[in-house]
Design a binder for this molecule. Structure first.
Ligand SMILES: Cc1cc2nc3c(=O)[nH]c(=O)nc-3n(C[C@H](O)[C@H](O)[C@H](O)COP(=O)(O)O)c2cc1C
Length: 199
C-alpha cells in the first residue's frame, strides 16, 4: 500500500498557516487516493533524544559492530525507530515555517537525528550517497516576507539536506508574504489541493 507521511514542524496547530495548507493538501489527497495510507509526525509531540556524545558514540560503535553500554544503546534504539518511521513512506509532505531565516529548531533536531551514516546516507567509492531514493516530496514553506532564491535559507537548506539523503524530486508551495493578507493563504491552499490530486 502506498504511504504518504506528513512531517509537521509548526507548533501553532490550527493557527499555523503551513499546517492549514498541509491540511488542505491532505484532505484532497484522501479524496483522490482513497486506498493510500497516511502517516503524521508532529515534531512538537515527538520524543527526540539529545544528539549528544552518548548518542553519537553509540551510532559510531553500532556501525562498526562494537559494543555499546545499555544507556546509550537505549537512546540509539530510540533514534533507529525515528529513522525507521521516517523511511517507512513512499511520498513526503513537509510543512515548514520560516524561523529566523531558517527552519524551526525542532525540525533541525529531527533532521540531525535521522541523517545518519549507513541508515540514510553512505560514503562509498569516495563520495556520499543518499539511501532514500525515488520518493517525491511536497514542501510547504510559510514565511512573512519574500526572499530571493540565493538568500532563501529555509528552502535551500531543506533541499540540500534532503538531497543529501537521496531525495531528488521536490514540489514547493510558498505561503508568502502571509503578513500582508488572506489572499496568499487562499492561493496556496488552492495550489496545494491541485498538487494533491496527482501527487
Ligand atoms: C520565532 C519566529 C521567527 C520568525 N522568523 C521569520 C523570518 O526570519 N522571516 C520571515 O519571513 N518570517 C519569520 N517569521 C514569521 C513566520 O515565518 C510566519 O508567521 C509563518 O506563517 C509561520 O508558519 P506557521 O504559521 O505555519 O507557524 C517568524 C515567526 C516566528 C514565530
Amino acid at each position: 500500500m502506498t504511504c504518504l507521511i506528513h512531517i509537521e514542524s509548526s507548533p501553532r496547530k490550527e493557527k499555523s498557516i503551513s499546517s492549514q495548507v498541509a491540511a488542505a493538501f491532505i484532505q484532497e489527497y484522501k479524496n483522490s487516493h482513497p486506498d493510500d495510507e497516511l502517516k503524521h509526525i508532529d515534531l512538537w509531540n515527538l520524543d527526540m533524544p539529545d544528539l549528544d556524545d552518548k548518542l553519537i558514540s553509540a551510532h559510531r560503535a553500532t556501525i562498526k559492530g562494537k559494543a555499546v553500554d545499555s544507556t546509550s544503546l537505549k537512546l540509539w534504539k530510540k533514534t533507529e525507530k525515528l529513522i525507521k518511521d521516517f523511511k517507512s513512506a513512499d511520498k513526503y509532505l513537509f510543512s515548514v515555517p520560516m524561523w529566523n531565516f531558517s527552519i524551526p529548531y525542532k525540525l533541525k533536531h529531527y533532521l540531525d537525528l535521522i541523517v545518519q551514516e549507513k541508515y540514510t546516507y553512505d560514503f562509498k567509492d569516495g563520495s556520499f550517497q543518499g539511501l532514500i531514493t525515488g520518493r517525491p516530496a511536497v514542501m510547504i514553506y510559510a514565511r512573512a516576507d519574500i526572499y530571493e532564491e540565493s538568500e532563501d535559507m529555509q528552502k535551500n537548506y531543506m533541499e540540500k539536506i534532503l538531497r543529501f539523503i537521496g531525495f531528488e524530486n521536490f514540489i514547493s508551495i510558498f505561503v508568502e508574504p502571509n503578513s500582508h493578507g488572506e489572499d496568499f493563504r487562499q492561493k496556496a491552499i488552492l495550489l496545494a489541493k491541485n498538487i494533491a490530486k496527482d501527487f
